[in-house]
Design a protein around this ligand. Structure first.
Ligand SMILES: [Zn+2]
Length: 400
């Protein structure tokens, strides 16, 4: 099998349409529309994200999509990022649509006085950002103009930096292993256009290097590819057919706290400056979904599958029983559909297979009379089981 053929049947745009996950429309180029089934996957990814971040001591925030021009001038985005931003004018005030979530998180940090006892503060934000990518480079969910970053901004004391970086790297392991991804690490250093002093940059680069060395991590140096405000560690996922995709990032930043005058009162009762860590794990939910679609070739694990079980009555005579099966499954919290069309069973099965539904429950006259179902997996292997046992089997699969 050639690589291109394999890539083609995994193509997330093709599968996105076939599985009814998302669509792209002329009315908003590069800004995908999510369909109900795509929303289920998004929602599950976000639920998992929220759960793991709560466990790791993060607090969630939400900051506005557009904020006044002066804020972006202060943050440096106006100078260093202007060409990728969208703008708007309201009441003779100039606003920018946020291309990054950082300034919003800083405003919340600065909204009151902070003590060293509160640090580290870890603000997580599933923040919708807009960036003006060239129209020629747009592609499905991979290259878009609006996307949700699974962002977080940590405000830490100097002697907390190493530990917090390790914690972030641990969390990244939790996420990527959940999906069966291996990953490669790159350390991106000072770019040509940068903010702040070279001494600060050198220190930040050293800090990141030390964490990677402490973990005995293999990494490559990517000279000059850091953000304008700091160096970063980038994570490149390796998918099921060996392709790599840049997703997560951890950035160490001494500049933004300076620009925004972030402070805390130290143990010595004096005013100090915290250090900021920016980080994302999925990178963007949209892009991560594109990668997952291709990684799984549309065959999502149970917890992500938009429809987990499809009930297929062989004829209208089994419709009541099929509805009963559906209700029982739904009461167990499963996502279920029923194919009640007056079509041949072979046709219905093929349809459900095209939709890559993990489990089908076929019910005919015999199954109905015996209180059973014919349970069929994606590989086409089927087994007739007592309904109760079939449901239990599905629930066990769900927990895997
Ligand atoms: Zn940030």
């Amino acid at each position: 099998m050639s690589a291109s053929f394999d890539s083609e049947k995994r193509n997330h745009r093709k599968l996105g349409t076939q599985l009814e996950l998302f669509i792209s429309m002329e009315e908003a180029p590069g800004m995908p529309f999510f369909l109900p089934k795509g929303m289920v996957i998004r929602d599950e990814l976000e639920k998992f994200w929220k759960k793991e971040h709560r466990k790791a001591g993060y607090q969630e925030i939400k900051t506005p999509i557009m904020m006044k021009q002066e804020l972006w001038e202060q943050s440096g985005h106006w100078k260093h990022y202007h060409e990728s931003m969208y703008f708007s004018n309201v009441d003779d005030q100039s606003y920018a649509i946020k291309p990054m979530n950082c300034p919003g998180a800083v405003l919340i940090y600065n909204s009151r006085r902070r003590s060293y006892r509160e640090l580290p503060i870890r603000y997580g934000e599933l923040g919708l950002v807009h960036r003006h990518e060239l129209s020629g480079s747009l592609s499905g969910l991979l290259r878009v103009r609006s996307f949700t970053q699974d962002d977080a901004h940590l405000f830490v004391l100097e002697d907390q930096v190493q530990k917090e970086l390790h914690n972030v790297l641990d969390l990244i392991d939790v996420f990527y292993s959940k999906f069966g991804f291996r990953y490669k690490i790159e350390l991106s250093t000072r770019p040509e256009e940068y903010m702040g002093s070279i001494a600060m940059w050198d220190k930040a680069e050293e800090d990141l290097k030390r964490v990677l060395q402490d973990r005995n991590a293999d990494y490559q140096i990517n000279e000059g590819d850091g953000s304008f405000y700091g160096p970063k560690i980038d994570f490149h996922l390796v998918d099921s057919i060996g392709r790599s995709w840049q997703c997560g990032t951890v950035q160490l930043d001494f500049q933004m706290p300076e620009k925004f005058n972030c402070e805390y009162i130290g143990e010595d009762n004096k005013v100090h400056r915290p250090i900021m860590i920016h980080r994302a794990i999925y990178g963007s939910i949209e892009r991560f979904m594109a990668i997952l679609i291709e990684h799984y070739e549309g065959e999502f694990p149970m917890w992500l599958a938009p429809v987990q079980v499809k009930v297929l009555p062989i004829s209208q005579a089994q419709m009541d029983y099929a509805l009963q099966v559906k209700n029982l499954l739904e009461n167990k919290g499963l996502r279920v559909e029923i194919d009640d069309r007056d079509e041949k069973i072979g046709y219905k099965i093929r349809n459900a297979q095209m939709a890559k539904t993990p489990y089908l429950m076929v019910v005919g006259k015999k199954e109905m009379e015996e209180g059973k179902v014919s349970l069929r997996n994606r590989k086409g292997i089927s087994e007739v089981l007592i309904l109760e046992n079939a449901i239990q089997f599905i629930i066990d699969e769900m927990r895997k």
